[in-house]
Design a protein. Structure first.
Length: 304
């Protein structure tokens, strides 16, 4: 697959289809990608539920002894085979050392996030010191908005896509009301053109150029959960900041799913969870990013 390095997914699929002499939507393309998948061996590191072990279904239509085809990695990934081993090690340490487990052992609980901050920074294209692992996705979004959303009488709008993840809508509405503004006036929702399902980048940039001086924060998804659209985060960031806006992203469906360069793109802030494409499992820590250019310039949320 090295010959397709540097291409967008769409370009790669189109080139493979041309190579095979078939449609880009043909099963032949999927079969080719499976055959040449250099990461396919990692499948053996995960546990797949058997069809018969899943909630009631018509087993007359399927073979209950076979592993299911798992397509909900956007909500909770498959359990890694090593998860049980690691959990048992920590339970054993708890049983034998009690409170000392906070500071002793190979994975002291008090500094658990230190083991993965650098790994997480690499996933989102950030410096380690720009990333914090804590809380849940929406909690982190609220904390970031408390610091970055500083509305004034003339610059009070928050721009986001019309079908942003529902909890993002609720968080944005809450932040607007908290600052004494009306979501009907301050929540600027951007919809695709009639008959289209995704937002055109030029329409996003045009809206920022036209309304930018009244927009305090541009807050988009990295990958739109409803359509799967990967937004041009670099272009949106540049356009928003050129008009004096802070620009942030909810990367819940982008982290671990698309190449991110939050630091290089100059994104002001971002947040994400880790139980979707990062496969952390239930209760996994969420992530937050603040660009190093904001060191000591954003008032901590605890002081607001």
């Amino acid at each position: 697959m090295d010959q397709f390095a540097g291409l967008t997914p769409k370009q790669a699929v189109e080139q493979i289809a041309a190579l095979l002499g078939c449609s880009p939507t043909s099963a032949e393309v999927a079969s080719y990608l499976d055959t040449h998948d250099q990461l396919s061996h990692l499948r053996e590191e995960f546990l797949f539920p058997k069809n018969a072990e899943l909630p009631p279904s018509d087993l007359s239509l399927i073979d209950g002894s076979k592993e299911c085809i798992y397509l909900v990695g956007n909500s909770l990934g498959l359990q890694p085979k090593m998860a049980r081993k690691y959990l048992e090690e920590e339970l054993d340490k708890w049983a034998k050392t009690g409170v000392h487990g906070h500071t002793e052992g190979s994975r002291p609980w008090a500094w658990a996030e230190n083991n993965i901050e650098e790994l997480m920074a690499n996933v989102v294209g950030a410096k380690t010191e720009e990333v914090a692992l804590m809380n849940g996705l929406t909690v982190n979004l609220h904390l970031l908005m408390l610091s970055f959303y500083k509305p004034t009488a003339t610059r009070h709008k928050i721009l986001l896509e019309d079908k942003a993840f529902p909890s993002d809508h609720y968080a944005v509405e809450s932040q607007i009301r908290l600052r004494g503004f009306d979501p009907e006036q301050s929540m600027m929702l951007l919809s695709p053109r009639p008959g289209e399902d995704t937002l055109r980048t030029e329409d996003i940039l045009e809206a920022i150029e036209k309304e930018g001086e009244s927009i305090a924060v541009v807050m988009f998804s990295g990958v739109q959960y409803y359509t799967g659209q990967l937004f041009d985060m670099a272009a949106i960031t540049e356009a928003g900041q050129r008009k004096g806006c802070y620009v942030g992203f909810d990367c819940a469906h982008a982290a671990g799913n698309a190449e991110l360069k939050l630091h290089d793109w100059g994104v002001d802030f971002a947040c994400w969870c880790s139980y979707k494409y990062l496969n952390s499992g239930a209760g996994g820590l969420a992530g937050a990013f603040i660009h190093e250019k904001h060191n000591h310039t954003i008032e901590p949320a605890s002081k607001l």
